[in-house]
Ligand binder design. Structure first.
Ligand code: ATP
Ligand code: MG
Length: 536
């Protein structure tokens, strides 16, 4: 099938923005200076568009002149890392870094000192911005560094670092910024989640974001982003801004569309529900663990009465949970799944009125997708499973400092190999099935761990299951299951349940181990590499 025929593509009906996200923010600030762009969902602290513009420009100037203490001016191509939880100030810091010409590199705020140190060194950050509560982690992380980054603290510093807000709030701090941002410059170095290995720094050019924003804002897509003089959309800013999903929706497309972002620094059931009631969100972006929370019987229909729909992404989401949520909400409630990766931004989701539970939706405007045979790399027709390849104007330029990974992921003619096994149907709906790295090779045959997990979940004693390959002398690898029990069941019973229902090479020859919980990251991604380490 080596024909163009099986390449699924959509033309953009809208011109990609000629301006980038930084200028868009300034446009919004000129149009709606006194509108709130950021509000802390806990303290109620507010940030207007004009203050955001003012303070971020001042921060940009500060970075360019140089923070002092031996650190020279920071500008084009330099990296500034951000070790912060979601807050209105996150916006100020992020857009300030962009305005200076440096590259903001958001960092996972739950990192330990070692993990943070690794990422600061990997990114080559000259400056790190953190907050009072996280400052001890930064102090520990940079303690033994030869060239530690200069540290700014949002809030009080207890370790003698520079406090940022007083400088930005001081009207006497000079600023003379008129940044010229070129489309090929980077709007961010976002790190992948590190599900399959070490997180990788992904360099995203302004032009990629400019190309994908119109797709997010298109009326056919249910994100409810566009704002007018009469209407301002309120966006829930709980998903972390350091991760691609949270940053595309909250940090990048939200402010540049004129939205108000209500930030929550962490998930707390009561705060989350009260925020939904108080701010009457029409649309929420969620991840599978939040979906399962919303399905909990303690969350009532009245808690969710403002909601017209949700978008769920980052990991496979459960069909039965989607249905439970739909039952709790209004009749025309729209459940949407979204697929994307740090390297491609958002590429698939469900257009308005075309809900199809279980699918991650259709290709967004301005992208191409194909599914290729895992061995021959032939392009496959609908219905066949293979590796998903994406071509999109929203793609990364490359990984930071990792030409080997870049070469493995990008083809010379611009396709990104996602590493995900997928298929699509005749109507163009896509389904994500597995990750290639996690397929189990039994006597040379590819076995899908997801397929065995789904079968195990059909057993009424199984609450959750994770399957990985363990080494076997005869077969190379064999499947082993980690199971969270709902009620009592033996290893033999589950092995024979699989033996009855699945082909020989899929049987649980590696055994079954009962566990209290499966290792998952906060976005709900199953960490099979952690199971694999335990499985040997
Ligand atoms: P790493 O690349 O560091 O191993 P990661 O791939 O999990 O980590 P992200 O870029 O955050 O890092 O996640 C993208 C991946 O998340 C996709 O490649 C896919 O495997 C998974 N994913 C995203 N959306 C969905 C979805 N709707 N259904 C299933 N999987 C999804
Ligand atoms: Mg990945």
């Amino acid at each position: 099938y080596k024909t163009e025929y099986n390449i699924y593509s959509t033309q953009s009906p809208v011109e990609p923005h000629s301006v980038n996200v930084y200028y868009k923010l300034h446009e919004s600030a000129a149009r709606w200076p006194l509108r709130i762009v950021g509000e802390c969902g806990i303290t109620g602290r507010q940030l207007t568009f004009s203050t955001l513009q003012d303070q971020s420009v001042r921060f940009a100037g500060l970075l360019q002149r140089g923070p002092g203490r031996g650190v020279k001016g920071v500008g084009n191509g330099d990296v500034v890392s951000m070790f912060l939880t979601n807050s209105p100030e996150y916006l100020t810091v992020f857009y300030g870094i962009v305005g200076s010409g440096a590259i903001p590199s958001p960092t996972n705020s739950s990192f330990t000192p070692d993990e943070l140190a690794r990422q600061i060194l990997d990114s080559g950050s000259k400056v790190t911005v953190t907050e009072t509560l996280l400052e001890p982690v930064v102090t520990a992380a940079i303690k033994n560094m030869k060239n530690p980054p200069f540290v700014y603290v949002v809030g009080k510093s207890n370790d003698g670092h520079a406090e940022l807000l007083p400088i930005l709030q001081d009207n006497n701090t000079p600023f003379d910024m008129d940044p010229q941002i070129e489309p090929d410059e980077f709007v961010g170095m976002l790190y992948s989640s590190g599900t399959t290995g070490m997180p990788k720094g992904v360099l995203l050019p302004h032009k990629s974001l400019s190309a994908s924003l119109p797709a997010y804002q298109h009326p056919e897509i249910n994100f409810d982003l566009p704002c007018t003089d009469e209407h301002q959309t309120t966006v829930m800013g709980l998903l972390p801004f350091f991760h691609a999903y949270g940053s595309y929706m909250g940090l990048l497309s939200g402010p540049s569309s004129g939205c108000k972002i209500v930030t929550l620094p962490k998930f707390d059931p009561q705060t989350y529900l009260s925020a939904i009631k108080k701010y009457k969100f029409r649309h929420l972006h969620i991840v599978p663990p939040l979906l399962s929370f919303l399905c909990h019987p303690a969350v009532t229909s009245s808690d969710l009465s403002s909601l017209q729909g949700v978008t769920c992404s980052a990991a496979p989401c459960s069909l039965s949970h989607a249905n439970i949520l739909k039952d709790k909400t209004r009749n025309d409630f729209f459940f949407q799944e979204l697929y994307g990766m740090t390297e491609t931004m958002v590429v698939m989701t469900t257009p308005v009125g075309q809900e199809r539970l279980g699918s991650c939706g259709k290709l967004l405007y301005g992208s191409q997708a194909r599914v290729v045979h895992l061995e021959t790399q032939d392009t496959l027709p609908p219905g066949h499973k293979g590796e998903l390849w994406i071509k999109t104007l929203g793609a990364m330029k490359c990984y930071h400092n990792n030409p080997e990974a870049t070469n493995q992921t990008q083809t010379s003619d611009g396709w990104i190999k996602t590493g995900d096994v997928a298929k699509y149907d005749e109507q163009g709906y896509f389904y994500i099935v597995d990750r290639i790295k996690e397929l189990i090779k039994v006597k040379g045959l590819q076995v899908s761990p997801t397929e065995i997990e789904e079968q195990l979940m059909k057993h009424d004693a199984v609450l959750d299951a994770g399957v990985v390959g363990v080494t076997c002398e005869r077969a190379g690898e064999v499947p082993k299951a980690f199971v969270v029990k709902k009620k009592d069941v033996s290893e033999e019973e589950l092995q024979s349940f699989i033996a009855k229902n699945m082909a020989r090479h899929k049987q649980l020859k590696g055994g079954v181990e009962f566990v209290d919980a499966l290792p998952k990251n906060p976005a709900g991604k199953l960490l099979r590499r952690v199971l694999k380490e335990r499985g040997v």
